[in-house]
Design a protein around this ligand. Structure first.
Ligand SMILES: [Ca+2]
Length: 279
């Protein structure tokens, strides 16, 4: 196209752009809309300086990550609350099956959206795992995930109900940079060992600090044992992730994504054309 020419299609594109912007301006609400996809990454930072008085145990590792995106009606785990059987199983043994069943029950009850279970082998103490897909929606904008510190009695790190929606907008990226160790309250023991008596009765999930007797006790606060990073991606949801139980909602959110993608395409192409015209 020759510089300086405004064709009817360019003009219509500009009018459409104005219409799209006007429509979105008048449609603000407290919640986020549609579906958002994130790429999640995990980095282990389990180093001996986290517990300088105790050596890193042999075969120190994180168990397979497990969690879900969910709404306000489900709390996978929470400080000062009892661990569910699924969280207990992960914290004590790293085995995810019971927690996966709990999450699937919540998905059926429309309190959770997608299981996060990237699989793969156990993660070394300083491993990096990337490329984990996380899908959230307007009604299921939170993420919870855990992984066991192994070997240990019932210790884990994780995220409790991180909301990827902030004041009506999907966050572009989130770094969770402080992951302290937690005690699930289900098994006794103060050292990096898996053979311990059960806590009877179980007690609440509690944070392990440098003042806690045992492996992490020391004069200085415990630095983070890992980091999670979420980066928003423009990739639409995979159609194969639709579940029959959520078909109505899936159709709605997919439609929203399509509309958003179309608006974005118009915005980009119009911006490029205007750029050519004006500069
Ligand atoms: Ca314990």
């Amino acid at each position: 196209m020759a510089s300086g020419m405004i064709t009817p299609s360019v003009f219509l594109g500009f009018v459409f752009l104005v219409a799209v912007v006007s429509a979105s301006d008048g449609d603000e609400s407290d919640g986020c809309s549609g579906t958002a996809n994130y790429v999640m990454s995990f980095q282990g930072l389990w180093k001996e300086d986290r517990h300088p008085n105790t050596s890193l145990p042999g075969n120190a590792h994180f168990s397979p990550l497990v969690g879900c995106s969910h709404g306000s009606g489900y709390v996978m785990w929470h400080p000062c609350a009892k661990a569910s059987p699924g969280v207990k199983s992960v914290a004590e043994t790293g085995v995810t099956g019971t927690l996966v069943t709990e999450i699937n029950t919540q998905i059926t009850a429309k309190k959770a959206w997608k299981l996060i279970l990237p699989g793969g082998p156990q993660l070394g103490p300083e491993a990096i795992k990337t490329g984990i897909d996380v899908e959230v929606t307007a009604n299921f904008s939170k993420v919870s995930i855990i992984t066991m510190l192994a070997p240990s009695p019932d210790w884990f790190i994780g995220i409790d109900s991180l909301d990827l929606c902030d004041s009506g907008k999907w966050r572009e990226s989130v770094n969770v940079t402080m992951l302290p160790p937690w005690d699930a309250g289900t098994e006794n023991g103060t050292a990096f060992s898996i053979s311990n008596a059960a806590s009877n009765p179980p007690v609440n999930i509690s944070e392990i600090t440098n003042n806690t007797a045992g492996a992490f006790n020391g004069p200085n606060p415990i630095p983070s044992l890992g980091e999670f990073r979420f980066v928003k991606t423009d990739e639409p949801a995979e159609p194969t992730e639709k579940s029959t139980a959520m078909s109505t909602m899936a159709t709605t959110t997919d439609s929203s994504v399509s509309k958003a993608s179309a608006s974005f395409a118009v915005f980009v192409s119009t911006a490029l054309i205007l750029d050519q015209l004006l500069f």
